[in-house]
Design a protein around this ligand. Structure first.
Ligand code: ADP
Ligand code: MG
Ligand code: MG
Length: 255
């Protein structure tokens, strides 16, 4: 049982215009076994929250806290966060020229577990995870994200999730750019990971579509760097019908 606690989180980013506040007091608690969806309009700070949890150097925490099982996440390096059980599937996964999928996965697994995985079970695990995600075995020899289609990038993120077995996974728009078939395959992967390891999931999405396949226990609406409303799955249904206009009205002057 793990718990990720985010308290009154304020985050800024450096831009040409100076220091810009992006997150303005985010509170969120995610336990293993729970699935939380964060929804919200473009530019509301969803990816910033994901990057801040993962430890991206561009984002500065000016106040508030993030802890995992009581340990201060903000004092951890990116590697330490991964070893502690945090995983981020990025909205825009980056290319790693010269590093094959096989080597990348093995290196990540070794770094996280503190020892190399036993070769026979590992090879079997990788093959079976790739098969489940309907990935061509040839894929394993390709360089990470180099020339991958949008859908291949997302499958590769979920492949990592299934093999690295984190405690809490942040999935940033894993649904974006996927057709219905790919969306189902990716969602099944997330659900398998949830079933196998009691994973806690923070699912960031702009659309309600993926929530038909990955059922959230809690839905949070992020607007202008804050959680504007929280509820159960019924809140996602309301957003599907009403959109985000109701939440954006108070900010009409600023937009
Ligand atoms: P979302 O994921 O909800 O669409 P983001 O977190 O990507 O929102 O962005 C929130 C706001 O912060 C936007 O106005 C965006 O332009 C700004 N922002 C985020 N990251 C950066 C960055 N690295 N440099 C400059 N501005 C950024
Ligand atoms: Mg966006
Ligand atoms: Mg985003």
């Amino acid at each position: 049982m793990s718990v990720l606690e985010i308290r009154d989180l304020h985050v800024t980013v450096e831009t040409e215009d100076g220091t810009t506040p992006i997150l303005n007091g985010v509170d969120l608690t995610i336990r293993t076994g729970e699935t939380h969806a964060i929804m919200g309009p473009n530019g509301s700070g969803k990816s910033t929250l994901a990057y801040t949890i993962a430890g991206h150097p561009k984002y500065t925490v000016t106040s508030g806290s993030i802890s995992l099982d009581g340990e201060n996440v903000l004092e951890m390096t990116v590697d330490e966060r991964a070893r502690a059980g945090l995983f981020l599937a990025m909205q825009y996964p980056v290319e790693i020229p010269g590093v094959t999928v096989t080597n990348f996965l093995r290196t990540a697994k070794t770094a996280i577990d503190g020892e190399a995985p036993a070769i026979r079970t590992w090879t079997k695990d990788v093959k079976s995870a790739m098969k489940n995600l309907r990935m061509d075995p040839k894929f394993a020899a390709r360089n990470v994200n180099e020339g991958f289609s949008g859908g291949e990038k997302k499958r590769h993120e979920i492949l990592q999730l299934e093999l690295l077995k984190p405690a809490i996974a942040v999935l940033d728009e894993t649904d974006s750019g996927l057709d219905v078939d790919a969306l189902k395959i990716v969602s099944e992967g997330v659900n398998r990971a949830k079933g196998e390891t009691d994973l806690g999931v923070l699912l960031i999405t702009h659309y309600t579509r993926i929530l038909k396949y990955i059922k959230p226990d809690f839905v949070h609406v992020m607007v202008a760097g804050r959680i504007a409303e929280e509820g159960g799955p019924e809140l996602a249904e309301r957003l599907e019908n009403e959109g985000y206009d109701r939440f954006l009205e108070p900010f009409a002057d600023e937009i």
